[in-house]
Design a protein around this ligand. Structure first.
Ligand code: GUN
Length: 286
């Protein structure tokens, strides 16, 4: 019997945990604060940013949005990040990506103080993840790990296959699975016979951004299937990287789209912001 992993329920549990800890911090006079920077008018980014602000309110954080015009220069953006690095009521800084083409996201990420880098995109944090000694985990892979934990499936010794090698999802995802003793393979567009590799996976994570790419013949009987994709199908309907209808009867657990990985991402951002506030107030070791 396949079980659908309820991302909304797991996400709610994470937020409840964060809310409780935030209330305790407030008793000590500490309020976690998140600064969200958005440049330009990208509609999808505007929705994401609004949801981040709502989540901050829900868990009891202070939040501040910086909506900058499309015409913002690199110097102006850099100056804002530097200012936010120095403000004590701001625990975390997030610059919504993608940025307009004339701006360099790497330059911005490198300027964020690593202790305020709640996306975990700064090279210092990426390196810390590599050696397994980190403060922050990137939100999407961290959310995926929470969902796998929620199934109760033991990761140790299992074969995990990650489809996709992005810096934001695929690469850190592989590292987190490795830290929990999976045998991990990363596959991508140049992988030879990806189908055969995927079909050996006990845990299959799809993060390639291609609608319904993973079909039943690519999935091992009883596998745990995690779908990071967020695409539109031929009818304009939201769908993941996994062909849910054909795959769902073959696996033991599967995440739906929507309602799987999506709701987790912002909850993990809340967790990272809480961690940042604790570290900056000497309540947690760096
Ligand atoms: N754009 C899409 N996803 C993300 C994310 O996780 N962080 C940031 N900063 N921008 C994004």
């Amino acid at each position: 019997m396949t079980q659908i992993i309820d991302g909304k329920a797991v996400s709610r549990q994470v937020r409840e945990r964060v809310s409780l800890e935030t209330a305790e911090l407030k008793n000590k006079g500490i309020v976690p604060g998140l600064a969200v920077i958005i440049v330009g008018e990208d509609p999808a980014s505007q929705v994401y940013v609004r949801n981040k602000e709502k989540a901050c309110e829900e868990v009891g954080f202070y939040s501040e949005k910086f909506a900058l015009p499309e015409s913002t220069t690199q110097q102006e953006l850099n100056a804002l990040v530097k200012e936010l690095n120095g403000r004590t009521e701001i625990s975390g800084i997030l610059c919504q990506l993608p940025l307009p083409k004339h701006l360099d996201d790497k330059e911005v990420i490198n300027l964020i103080d690593p202790i305020k880098d709640v996306d975990a995109f700064h090279p210092v944090n990426v390196g810390a993840i590599m050696i397994g000694d980190y403060n922050f985990l990137p939100c999407t892979p961290a959310g995926v790990m929470e969902l796998i934990h929620a199934t109760g499936v033991d990761i140790t010794g299992k074969k995990a296959v990650v489809i996709g090698r992005s810096n934001i999802v695929g690469k850190p995802m592989a590292m987190l699975l490795l830290h929990e003793n999976a045998t991990v393979e990363i596959t991508h567009s140049k992988t030879i016979n990806l189908k055969a590799v995927a079909s050996e996976a006990d845990i299959l994570v799809a993060a390639i951004g291609k609608a319904k790419f993973v079909t039943a013949d690519m999935v091992k009987d009883g596998a745990v299937v995690i779908d990071v994709g967020m695409n539109r199908d031929e009818n304009g309907k939201l769908c993941g990287d996994v062909d849910f209808e054909s795959v769902k009867d073959k696996c033991s657990y599967i995440t739906p789209v929507p309602g799987g990985v999506g709701p987790m991402t912002i909850s993990m951002l809340m967790q990272n912001t809480l961690t940042a506030a604790k570290i900056q107030n000497g309540l947690m070791n760096k």
